[in-house]
Design a protein around this ligand. Structure first.
Ligand SMILES: Nc1ncnc2c1ncn2[C@@H]1O[C@H](COP(=O)(O)OP(=O)(O)OP(=O)(O)O)[C@@H](O)[C@H]1O
Ligand SMILES: [Mg+2]
Length: 386
């Protein structure tokens, strides 16, 4: 079966689905060249509405795929973001831009090709590890150290979160995962080392720049962190009232849309005390996403949920990422959730990076310490007091 990538894109971009319309916020052109098949190659102009698909012409970003990769991309079997990061797909230009919008393109393609993931989503193949260069990272920590009194928590953490992916940061309780997130949003200061967001050092930013940066990062807190005196509607509307000039009608439109996308529209007038744990998390997610952040941090979205609700929430995260793109960082010690949603995984251990790579790569690693960690085995090279 040969799927026409060009037609799939064209259909996707002339539809009026809101997730696809969001691409117009990216003023760039992307050329997809199917090697040896000029009739399937095309250029996407993402700066207009509806996004345009035209004949191949000079573009800011160029991505070169084989006919097989094009088919796999159109059915959702191949994640272009993974393939680019793994070096399997050639590219030129500021590919970070592409990685930001790729999940949206992927979602559109998969939908148009009649592919409906059942919670599983496409993953790239191959090792990337050290291959991910800094300019493909949305978030990077370099030699991050943080101690509380005599308790060293981060001990020289070097971590890179690739742009455009769902990255799951795994680590046992108390390793410093939440502390790491606090550093990323600039509410905690490192003792030594640095955090870079899209190549910019937090150390070099003024306070107002850090505040501006924080506005572009959506955070889903462990317990949803809803304001208990406000109903769901007002909770989700809160960031819009704080940071935008939207009028009440526009706010309602955005809030209803977001709540609908996480399956919570029916609970819009409930108070947080009237919600279950899973519902509270969904409302927290809707609030984290309401300003369309390009970076989303979720701290233990699964804590307190049973396995079925954890799996359902995982599917919501994958759906949100497919629809809106961006870089999603999910912190958890739930390996089942990680396997379900991660494009990329990073394992923290005692304040350092133990391992990182594309999900497939880590899951098939024969390193004893990775195997021990991922299988939750008490026997092996990792000890309580290493
Ligand atoms: N503000 C703080 N003051 C003092 N110690 C702190 C502070 N925040 C975190 N810690 C300590 O840092 C360590 C790491 O905490 P952190 O919350 O980051 O762990 P975690 O990896 O998120 O664990 P969990 O999976 O249980 O959430 C813990 O020993 C904790 O007591
Ligand atoms: Mg934590």
């Amino acid at each position: 079966m040969t799927l026409d990538l060009r037609q799939a894109h064209h259909r996707a971009f002339t539809s009026d689905r809101p997730s696809i319309q969001r691409l117009v916020h990216v003023p760039t052109t992307v050329a997809m060249t199917v090697e040896g098949r000029p009739e399937r190659s095309f250029t996407m102009r993402l700066d207009r509405r509806p996004c345009e698909v035209v004949d191949l012409e000079p573009s800011e970003i160029e991505v070169f795929v084989t006919p097989e990769q094009a088919d796999e991309a159109a059915t959702g079997a191949l994640s272009l973001v993974g393939a680019i990061l793994a070096g399997d797909v050639r590219h030129t230009g500021p590919v970070r831009r592409y990685l930001e919008v790729e999940p949206i393109i992927r979602g559109a393609l998969a939908e148009d090709a009649g592919f409906h993931g059942d919670g599983e989503h496409a993953r790239g193949e191959g090792a990337i590890g050290a291959a991910v260069t800094s300019d493909l990272l949305a978030i990077e920590t370099r030699g991050l150290h943080k101690a509380f009194g005599s308790n060293p928590v981060l001990r020289g953490l070097d971590l890179g979160i690739p742009e455009g992916t769902i990255t799951v940061v795994l680590g046992p309780s108390g390793t410093g995962k939440s502390v790491l997130l606090q550093h990323v949003i600039g509410v905690m200061q490192a003792d030594a080392g640095d955090v870079l967001i899209r190549g910019r050092s937090l150390n070099d930013m003024s306070r107002s720049e850090v505040l501006g940066l924080r506005r572009g990062i959506g955070v889903m807190f462990q317990d949803g962190a809803l304001f208990s005196a406000m109903d769901v509607y007002d909770n989700v509307a809160f960031p819009l009232r704080q940071h935008t000039d939207l009028n009440e009608r526009e706010i309602r439109e955005v809030v209803e849309d977001r709540l609908d996308s996480v399956g919570m529209l029916y609970a819009i007038s409930r108070m947080p005390g009237e919600l279950s744990g899973g519902m509270r998390k969904r409302a927290g997610l809707a609030r984290a996403l309401v300003l369309n952040p390009s970076i989303i941090l979720c701290d233990e979205p699964d804590s307190g949920l049973d396995p079925v609700r954890t799996a359902l929430l995982g599917d919501v995260l994958v759906e949100q990422h497919a629809a809106y793109g961006g870089t999603m960082v999910v912190v958890t010690h739930n390996i089942a959730l990680a396997k379900r949603i991660a494009d990329y995984m990073a394992v923290l251990w005692r304040g350092k990076l133990l391992a990182a790579g594309m999900t497939e790569e880590l899951l098939t690693s024969d390193e004893p310490f990775i195997q021990q960690f991922l299988s939750g085995d008490s026997q092996g090279p990792l000890g309580m007091d290493a």
